[in-house]
Write a protein that binds this ligand. Sequence first.
Ligand SMILES: Cc1ncc(COP(=O)(O)O)c(C=O)c1O
Length: 358
Amino acid sequence: MVYLNHAAISPMSFRVREAVAKYLERRALKGIEPYPWAQKMALETKQLLGQLLHCPAEDIAFVLNTSEGLNVLANGIDWKPGDRILLNRLEFPSNLYPFLNLQRHGVIIDFVEPVDWKITPEMIEAKLTPDTRVLSISFVQFLTGQRADLKAIGDLCLKHKLLFAVDVIQGIPHSHINMQEAKIDFLSSGSHKWLIAPEGTGFIAVSEHARSLIHQSTLGWTSVTDPFTFDNLDPERLRPDSGRYENGTLNFAGISGLKAALQFAFEFGIEEMQKQTLDLTEYFIDRLQSRGVHVLTPTPRSERAGIVTFEMENATEIHERLTKQSIIISNRAGKLRAAPHFYNTEDEMRRLFVALFD
Ligand SMILES: Cc1ncc(COP(=O)(O)O)c(C=O)c1O
């Protein structure tokens, strides 16, 4: 199989599979015994995520998926009727529905309309109003593969006093991100794409400033300090860290897999991963353009990551034919999307290219 569909879901590495299996075996044989170990393991995973995202481990909370994470933000703010949220029209719906759902409270949604499939910080700034309170965008767009200039957008958000939220699922771990440098207040992701970890192992990173603005739309027994104090229940006794948004027992099996995936990513090297994915996408874009194929993905290295989306007539037929040949890519909105990861090879990209014109 030539697997080029990491923007949808990734095959798990054997190391991830082993880590999950090891945890399940301990639970099967020992019941509660591995619980303290699992809590420590979850903390170590937060530290690795902190290292990847450049934020304190205390900012991280585990959630189910990107959508749940963005709902923590959307439902946690004290909205007033007339408050506005700015979004990109082309976003994947996980970054739209949590905010569209606020319209029933009188919140107004504004959209940046892409031009030639791209949006720029200037286009974002032109859409801001005095009532805009949140900007939420993807680090890497699911359809076009455009990688946002987070630093420039973060500066804008600071200037206009907006809360800056980013869906990072299509950009990590293979694209450099620095939450503090880019002044990101809130970030959400799942782990089943480029992180090659299990589903249901999402996470958010919420800065200390954002925590002061994002209330508990849900509250559970692990949201408070001293969770085992049962005789003095006090919802004000909130944990100071982002773990307050987790509410209860974590998905330790999935998190064991995420930890193994992160350790592997650091061993391989984040810079090296970024170079590999950019080299492979560059090679493929060059070949497509040499055949006159329209590529939606921006060509400069700083504006893309692992996704290459292109237009061909009969996209559905081509997609079906490739699948029969075990060359796995996506058909999204009638466009073809190839998403190679660090371990794919130039030869695999060449095989895809040749098969497109068979
Ligand atoms: C940009 C983006 N965000 C989020 C998701 C997935 O959302 P969730 O983790 O909620 O399933 C996808 C793809 O499935 C995506 O492309």
